[in-house]
Design a protein around this ligand. Structure first.
Ligand code: FE
Length: 336
């Protein structure tokens, strides 16, 4: 009883002094070891406690949608531009303005409703024994007859491929992207199955000659101490696609403020905090990604080994917007 009385007093106290905003409800589909330090630092700097609601990307989105106007969500963090686009389309976010975020995050990596905090590249990986790298220098190359029966890739319905499709539509147009997808399907070594890591293993095993993968899966394999992973990595070559044209397609982790955020001011503070140098390092390195803020370097042996590349500077909002059309294009091309 005494505890209850104390709790009530504390609650009244915080209402009276407007201190009830000292909490942030974070719906996050990202959960890495470095997150603890990332959130602890925010609380230390601002006094705002973070309440984490974690789940799989699509489940969290469903949850916010179902909660509607009574959702406690303040910030929604997820991975992949096409997923952020879907969230935006169903009205999960509200617009926000922050001078600090605008200064720190390059314009092509934000939209009026969500902002990217780290980037990952969609790279071409080939078997060093069976494939000559000269054959696989661009995404377009993967659709050429020279690679018949050699290509392994996950489903065309997966967000990572839809975002790539969205970028290709921006650069090549819808018709050429469909032609590309048909060529890609014609080159399949097997029907799409598994995730990116499964494609990497299949290339190492010689089941296919070449695959598409997000860079962090490769980095994860490079940092693995398991002998079978190290052996696989020895057999894999990596290409930054399209260095001679528009640059390698990059995707993002990103976040926005929830439409019905009960703690909006704390949400803005949190997004601003994510652009600080130290948060950028935690956030990006937690999944072997790159910071979005210029000049912030991560100490990551796998990323160092992969080196620098020219990244596509297409607006992330534009490619996300095209990802819906990309699904139709891939369906027509038979990329299941
Ligand atoms: Fe992933």
């Amino acid at each position: 009883m005494k505890t209850l009385a104390l709790t009530l007093t504390a609650a009244l106290f915080s209402v009276a002094f407007g201190a009830q905003a000292q909490v942030l409800n974070l719906y996050s589909a990202r959960h890495y070891q470095t997150d603890e330090a990332l959130y602890a630092e925010f609380t230390q700097q601002t006094g705002i406690k973070i309440n984490r609601i974690e789940g799989k990307e699509d489940e969290l989105l469903e949850r916010i949608k179902n909660e509607g106007a009574s959702s406690p969500a303040d910030v929604f963090i997820t991975v992949d531009a096409s997923r952020l686009e879907i969230a935006d389309k169903v009205g999960v976010f509200q617009p926000f303005d922050s001078k600090l975020v605008a200064e720190r995050v390059p314009a092509h990596l934000r939209t009026p409703t969500w902002v990217a905090f780290s980037t990952r590249a969609r790279v071409i990986v080939y078997n060093k024994v069976t494939v000559k790298p000269a054959l696989v220098q661009s995404y377009e190359d993967l659709a050429k007859p020279a690679l018949k029966g050699q290509v392994c890739v996950r489903s065309g319905a997966h967000p990572y491929n839809l975002s790539l499709g969205g970028a290709l539509i921006s650069h090549l147009g819808e018709a050429k992207t469909e032609e590309w997808a048909r060529g890609l399907v014609a080159n399949f070594a097997r029907s799409p199955k598994g995730g990116d890591t499964d494609q990497l293993r299949a290339v190492a095993a010689g089941e296919c000659g070449v695959a598409l993968s997000n860079s962090y899966y490769l980095a994860r394999l490079m940092r693995s101490t398991k002998p079978e992973d190290q052996q696989a990595v020895r057999l894999l070559g990596v290409v930054w696609p399209n260095q001679a044209s528009w640059g390698t397609h990059i995707n993002v982790s990103g976040a926005g403020i929830a439409k019905h955020a009960p703690n909006r001011a704390a949400a803005v503070k949190f997004l601003e905090y994510l652009t600080t140098d130290s948060a950028q390092r935690y956030f990006a390195d937690g999944n072997n990604e790159w910071p979005v803020v210029k000049g912030v370097k991560v100490k990551n042996p796998a990323l160092d080994a992969l080196g620098d590349f020219k990244a596509d500077e297409l607006s992330i909002g534009q490619l996300a917007n095209n990802s819906v059309l990309a699904q139709k294009v891939f369906d027509r091309a038979g990329w299941r």
